[in-house]
Design a protein around this ligand. Sequence first.
Ligand code: GLN
Length: 547
Amino acid sequence: MARFIFITGGVVSSLGKGLTSAALGALLQARGFKVRLRKLDPYLNVDPGTMSPFEHGEVFVTDDGAETDLDLGHYERFTGVAARNTDSVSSGRIYSNVLEKERRGDYLGKTIQVIPHVTNEIKEWISIGEDEVDFMLCEIGGTVGDIEGLPFFEAIRQFSQDKPRGQCIFMHLTLLPFLAASGELKTKPTQHSVKELRSIGLQPDILVCRSEHEIPEKERAKIALFCNVRPADVIPAYDLKSIYEAPMAYHNVGLDQAVLDAFQISPAPKPDLTRWEDVEDRIHHAEGEVRVAIVGKYTQLEDAYKSIAEALTHGGMANRVKVKADWIDAEIFEKEDPTPHLEPYNAILVPGGFGERGTEGKIKAAEFARTHKVPYLGICLGMQMAVIEAARNMGGVSDAGSEEFDHEAGEKRFTPVVYHLKEWVQGNHKVERKVGDDKGGTMRLGAYDAALSKGSRVAGIYGNLAIDERHRHRYEVDIKYKEALEQQGLKFSGMSPDGRLPEIVEWADHPWFIGVQFHPELKSKPFKPHPLFADFVRAAKEMSRLV
Ligand code: GLN
């Protein structure tokens, strides 16, 4: 039977609950336990798929095709456990399930209420797959005291009562602000936050306190006394240079021990932390730096490309170099020559994106990379832009474009080298879609297989001819142009198994130019960098030696 750890946050948002949960998951794994992490989000969107990256950061896609919160990315990067669509749920999804059941008459004429109907729905969600793991870590999004979060807090309170004693613990993350004028760490906001929790029936077992300064023993004792926890269960969380230091840092201050003690697991299995020691060694002993330009649209908000930033870091770790990534707004290249902007970089990455804005600039970036022989990695839209560039400048289709942009503009201006796919095969069934389908969930989403060409660069990089990677897009490169483009040297080196959908393109006569229709960044881990990112950074390192 799984044990449950509920992680909540107080005082302010953005304290790093997701990271703390992920690091704790990694530490429990290091002690030999099987874990799964889960995120419960109070917002009313049914899923984050329709949210702008400006609002909520990146949409993380799982193998089974769920569009989820970016915290699931942290969970995967720290534990290597592939997240599932049941590992992320929002109030929107919960309410929509409840309302659907109500319409179907499942509640037999009862009055539908937050307690018990909504809370029951949440509890059911929490327990999905409980028999498969030793620990289920459930993070509640938002901050204690938020109106929207209340049904979740109530549900976890009930849940812990439904389970046998000792099966659930509560971990609460807070902030200890530092007042420079008096030179003191203040514990009052933490006390209030715990008071708020206790007023809804939740007594934290463990407090994790974020602080920029060392927490003196005296303050720790005070927090313990006022918040009704043991001093050993007040765990300091200091700022770190790299998020990947978190597992070791938390281990060193006793977080995993405190959790095992709270569950009265004794003797505690000894941890094997070699994976994280190696990760730290690679972070701290990087030799040199490579510079990568990321030419995109959502450049103001780094979280919009969270997994790409992390995958680049992992690629750096694989090559023992530091990767310095700069985000460049693609629109600049629509007015200015990209050369002076891109020349300082050892490699160029064009990430995924939606809509026409900035695409002409991305096409310019792809052209620059091709003609200047700079390593280029095009991801999803970044691959489509590379193909459009090739079609325009090498394939004789001067007005090549994507149907996406014509749809958006409501007029036909381009020859669609990238077109809107209306039906495709997933596993052994056909998926169909109409142009006017709902915005959410109408994409080719989740893991799909691809077959790589023998002797291609990507086959060498993967060391395999059969791969599967995660997708999130509506448009596809048209195979009609395969032959003409291959003759120019743009090889379609990865295809869907039925040969209909181009998955990877690469320029043959180029040191490193690869476009992929999928999102390799979603599967990269610090202890297992994605081969494409590892090799992209290797190529960039080579470039940095040349220039
Ligand atoms: N907008 C493009 C499509 O829908 C690319 C999507 C992406 O980059 N994730 O096909």
